[in-house]
Write a protein that binds this ligand. Structure first.
Ligand code: SF4
Length: 274
C-alpha cells in the first residue's frame, strides 16, 4: 500500500522559516508516523513524504528516511526535495529502498550545486528523478539540466498550473520528457475508478486519513485503526486530477504499470528508453 504523509493543510509551502512550536509539532507528527510504519508489519508499505518547505533540512526527516529504509516490510521510502541540502547522510540508508523525488527550481538552488548532488546520489546508488516546471522562462535551464544529467536519470516536466500549452510548446517540452503528455492537461476523473482509498492513502500529521491529497473528506484515522476498514474501491469525486501524485493512481490511465517499481519517486519502469 502506498502511504503519503502530507504537510498539514494549515501550513503552506511558501513558509521559509518556521516558528519553533511548528517545528516541534512537525517532528512529533513525523516520529509518530514513522513509529506506526515500523509497527505495521502485516502490510507491505511504500511511503512518500510531501512535507512543507524543504523537509531534508530537518534532521527528523533524514532519520526517518534512513530508519524506514531498513525495515523489511517497507518497499520504498521517498521524499520530495529541492536538493538544497547535502545528501551524504543517505550512505546510511538502504539504497534499494530509499529514493528521492527531486525538483529543480532555477533561482532556489544553483544548477552546478544541484548537479553535484545528483552525481553524489548516483555514487551512493540511490534512485531519484529530477523534475522541472514547464514555464517558458525555465526552458533554457531545463535543457541545460537534461544535457548535463546522465541518461539513466529520468527528467520529468510538470505542466505549469493553469497554463495551456499550444501544440508546438507541448512538443518542445516533450523532447525533454517523453511522458509530458500525461501532465500537460488535467485528467478528467469524475466517476472514474482510482486506487486512492483502496491501495493508496494520504495521511495528515494528526493521523487523519484521506483518499488522496486532493479530496479533503477523511475516510478514517491511522492511529485508531479505522483506516483498515475504510479501504475499498471507489470512483473519483473530483472533476479533474492534475497532479502526478494523484493521477498516477487513476486506474484507466494505467500509469502504475508505466511507473512500475518507481511510482512514488516518479521513475518509469522503462527508463532509460531505447
Ligand atoms: S483521481 Fe486524483 S483526485 Fe480523484 S481520487 Fe484519484 S488521486 Fe484523488
Amino acid at each position: 500500500m502506498a502511504v503519503g504523509l502530507a504537510r498539514s493543510d494549515a501550513v503552506g509551502p511558501w513558509l521559509t522559516s518556521a516558528p519553533p512550536e511548528l517545528l516541534r509539532a512537525d517532528r512529533a507528527a513525523l516520529e509518530r508516523f514513522a513509529g506506526w510504519v515500523a509497527a505495521t508489519t502485516d502490510v507491505r508499505l511504500s511511503v512518500l513524504f510531501t512535507p512543507w518547505g524543504e523537509g531534508l533540512t530537518r534532521r527528523w526527516y533524514r532519520e526517518a528516511m534512513v530508519s524506514l529504509s531498513h525495515l523489511p516490510h517497507v518497499e520504498r521510502v521517498v521524499i520530495q526535495t529541492n536538493l538544497a541540502a547535502r545528501v551524504d547522510w543517505l550512505a546510511d540508508a538502504d539504497a534499494a529502498r530509499a529514493a528521492l523525488w527531486t525538483t529543480y527550481h532555477p533561482g532556489q538552488v544553483d544548477r552546478d550545486r544541484f548537479l553535484a548532488r545528483c552525481a553524489r546520489l548516483t555514487e551512493l546508488g540511490v534512485r531519484f528523478s529530477v523534475g522541472v516546471v514547464g514555464l517558458p522562462e525555465h526552458l533554457a535551464e531545463a535543457r541545460a539540466l537534461r544535457a548535463a544529467l546522465p541518461p539513466h536519470v529520468y527528467l520529468w516536466v510538470n505542466a505549469a498550473e493553469g497554463r495551456r500549452y499550444a501544440a508546438a510548446e507541448e512538443a518542445t517540452w516533450t523532447e525533454l520528457d517523453p511522458l509530458f503528455g500525461h501532465s500537460v492537461r488535467p485528467h478528467l476523473s469524475l466517476g472514474r475508478p482510482c486506487h486512492a482509498g483502496e491501495t493508496a492513502i494520504s495521511v495528515l500529521g494528526d493521523g487523519t486519513v484521506r483518499r488522496c491529497h486532493f479530496i479533503p473528506e477523511p475516510i478514517g484515522n491511522l492511529y485508531d485503526g479505522s483506516w483498515r476498514a475504510a479501504l475499498r474501491p471507489r470512483p473519483c469525486g473530483n472533476a479533474v486530477c492534475d497532479c502526478h501524485i494523484g493521477y498516477v493512481h487513476l486506474k484507466p490511465l494505467g500509469l502504475r504499470d508505466v511507473f512500475a517499481g518507481g511510482v512514488l519517486e516518479r521513475i518509469p519502469a522503462a527508463w532509460p528508453v531505447g
